[in-house]
Design a protein around this ligand. Structure first.
Ligand SMILES: *Cc1c(COP(=O)(O)O)cnc(C)c1O
Length: 389
């Protein structure tokens, strides 16, 4: 028995454990101070009523002989795939049902999709980056190159003709930066991918935070994308499904063999998402569900606005915060990410996430999130202004 040696090439991530350690030390030394966490990378609002009712009903169905369900289709029930097909139709994106695959979330699919690609492919990921893209490729022994996202390009890197990549990751609206590509920028990536016979793995987990109808929520809103892009989406951030687990991946027929290969991969290694969860997911796409989730999304977006307005008042450079729950700011006074982390914790008891934890271009930057409560967000920003206005 030999081990997969590629695992030895993974970099140990100390980001969240170091944050926890520093916060615990501070609390031990200052038990009377109130900490406000604006580093939360998870939703906090409960599931909406339409979802809960649909899941209760599905549980009842499972308890009755006539309506009990065992294994479902690996690629998801038609009722949910049709709901997603209609969701795309509203944005003038036409998908075939057999191009839509239901999964237990975007993270699993983003990792699993790599089963379909050769080890010798070169992978292009933005830096800073959602760590899953890098680590899943290192586990497979694939070469990873980086596209620099920085202040000069507003954290939205565009293709470099001199770099030959086969697999390209794009996340828009972005985690960790909150930056969003517009249509003409995404078109550049689509053209680059089509002319290099490359595939784009497009992560649209935060599409529901986009409120400007001119900004693309799906890569298929861009002409030519169906011949070069696979799209990953999830109900995690859309409808608070981080603990409930349901996502979907679109593999267009125009990508050739990839659609059949993904079906084969899923039917071999996956047995589908629970019926109860898929009924809950279906309810998200109803008129009622959409109305209810938008209340939560608006709540997060208003928090983001409170944070970004504060950054403006303090004269701090930032991206994100408008079509995203994330605000990515330049640390004031040229502090490093960790210096700023310590400074905020000591002087305002605010906890955020040091940008350096997301890649080398993240050094000197800091991520705040809007998943906290309104009350805490307001209080944190008042403390922030005392330090920087
Ligand atoms: C939260 C998140 C996801 C969603 O992952 P799930 O597995 O569906 O919960 C995907 N991509 C990014 C960048 C995320 O931040």
């Amino acid at each position: 028995m030999n081990l997969n040696k590629n695992y030895e090439n993974l970099e140990q991530s100390y980001l969240f454990s170091t944050i926890a350690q520093k916060v615990n030390q501070f609390i031990a030394a200052n038990p009377d101070k109130k900490i406000i966490r604006l580093g939360i990378g998870d939703v906090t609002k409960p599931l909406c009523k339409a979802v809960v009712e649909a899941m209760h009903k599905a549980v009842d169905e499972m308890s009755v002989q006539e309506t009990f369900r065992g294994y479902g289709p690996e690629q998801g029930y038609d009722f949910l795939r049709v709901a997603i097909q209609n969701y795309y139709k509203k944005r003038n994106v036409e998908l075939e049902l057999n191009e839509i695959f239901i999964s237990d979330g975007a993270k699993s699919d983003l990792g699993n999709i790599l089963d379909l690609f050769d080890k010798d492919n070169t992978v292009l990921v933005p830096d800073p980056v959602y760590p899953v893209y890098v680590d899943t490729n290192i586990m497979n022994g694939r070469k990873v190159v980086f596209a620099n996202a920085n202040k000069e390009n507003s954290f939205l890197p565009l293709p470099d003709k001199n770099i030959k990549a086969d697999i390209i990751y794009i996340c828009s609206p972005n985690n960790p930066t909150g930056a969003v590509y517009n249509k003409s920028q995404l078109k550049e990536w689509v053209d680059y991918a089509n002319s290099n016979n490359a595939v784009i793995l497009f992560d649209s987990a935060y599409e529901c935070f986009i409120s400007d109808s001119d900004l693309p929520r799906s890569i298929y809103e861009i002409e030519g994308a169906k011949t070069c892009a696979i799209e990953f989406c999830s109900l995690s951030k859309t409808a608070g499904f981080t603990g409930t687990r349901c996502g979907y991946t679109v593999v267009p027929q125009a990508l050739g063999k990839l659609n059949k290969m993904w079906l084969r991969r899923q039917t071999t290694k996956f047995n589908g998402v629970p019926y109860i969860v898929q009924r809950g997911a279906e309810a998200v796409f109803t008129e009622e569900g959409m109305k209810e989730i938008s209340v939560n999304l608006t709540y997060y977006k208003e928090n983001a606005k409170i944070i970004s307005e504060t950054m403006k008042e303090c004269g701090i450079w930032f991206v994100g915060g408008e079509h995203s729950p994330y605000i990515w700011l330049k640390c004031p006074n040229n502090m490093t990410s960790w210096e700023f982390f310590d400074y905020l914790l000591e002087n305002a008891q605010i906890v955020g996430t040091p940008g350096a934890g997301f890649g080398k271009n993240g050094e000197g930057y800091f991520r705040l999130t809007s998943f906290g409560s309104r009350e805490n967000t307001i209080e944190a920003m008042e403390r922030f202004k005392k330090l920087f206005v």
